[in-house]
Write a protein that binds this ligand. Structure first.
Ligand SMILES: [Zn+2]
Length: 261
């Protein structure tokens, strides 16, 4: 962990903005001296996950470590009564600060994606390959989070992203969708690589679908829907896993019945 990384910078700025973030005692075992530091670490460990906007209030809901929190709703299920309260933002526990940091990193990621595409367009590149990592939502992981590991314009060298203690650049399909619409590019396809790696191929876009409603037209125009369809290989592997899990559950059942008998 780099002491001078982007998250540490956010943490230091938060402490300047709200000196009340300091803990009375350093928090053991990690030794955090203030809530900004603790929040940065939650983000670093990938424990900040956007869930959804709540249907009635429209408030955002996040899972942050063991707690549910909302930025706009100014709530958190934790009991950090010592956290300072900002009149505009609400109670500043580490979970809600972590949300602010995650939102800020997401904005950075949007900026980088837009920059990659605009640069490629300026260079006249016909294709950009984004190297990404995508971890599926089997055990409560976020299905739809991509981590950008590299990018490459056709005919140029690969640029690696997020190594050497830099912050990982994470984005959602919806973020990419928005940027593609703004830049006039589209997802031309994707290819699975070993592990959780996926290459996404971006190309300058086609004109909008004639007629039809706007959402459909956008979907077709950017091709983002392709990212939702796992390939045949993945589906097959998933089925094998599920069959194994069912057999395991049956074995456990049988063993339990034997013990009970
Ligand atoms: Zn909290």
């Amino acid at each position: 962990m780099q002491p001078d990384d982007r998250l540490s910078e956010f943490a230091a700025k938060a402490l300047v903005a709200w000196p009340g973030l300091s803990y009375r005692q350093p928090q053991q075992p990690e030794g955090y001296t203030h809530r900004g530091e603790a929040a940065a670490d939650l983000v670093r460990r990938g424990l900040v996950e956007f869930r959804h906007d709540l249907p009635v209030s429209g408030y955002d809901e996040w899972q942050v470590g063991d707690h549910r929190a909302s930025f706009r709703g100014q709530t958190c299920t934790c009991s950090d009564v010592g956290a300072p309260v900002d009149p505009k933002v609400g109670r500043l526990c580490k979970h809600r600060i972590a949300i602010m940091m995650a939102m800020r990193l997401r904005k950075d990621a949007d900026g980088l994606l837009a920059q990659i595409i605009q640069q490629a367009a300026a260079n006249g590149a016909e294709r950009v390959t984004l190297g990404t990592m995508r971890i599926y939502a089997d055990r409560g992981h976020d299905a739809d989070t991509y981590t950008l590991t590299s990018y490459r314009e056709r005919g140029r060298g690969q640029v690696n992203v997020g190594g050497d203690g830099q912050e990982p650049v994470r984005f959602k399909a919806a973020d990419l969708h928005r940027i593609l619409l703004a830049t006039g590019w589209r997802v031309a396809g994707q290819q699975r690589q070993p592990g959780y790696q996926w290459d996404l191929y971006l190309e300058p876009g086609r004109p909008a679908w004639p007629g039809g409603d706007a959402a459909v037209a956008d979907e077709l125009r950017t091709g983002i829907g392709r990212l939702d369809a796992p390939d045949a290989d993945w589906t097959e592997r998933k089925q094998r896993e599920q069959a194994l899990a069912a057999r395991f559950a049956a074995d456990v059942d049988k063993a339990a019945r034997r013990v009970a008998a």
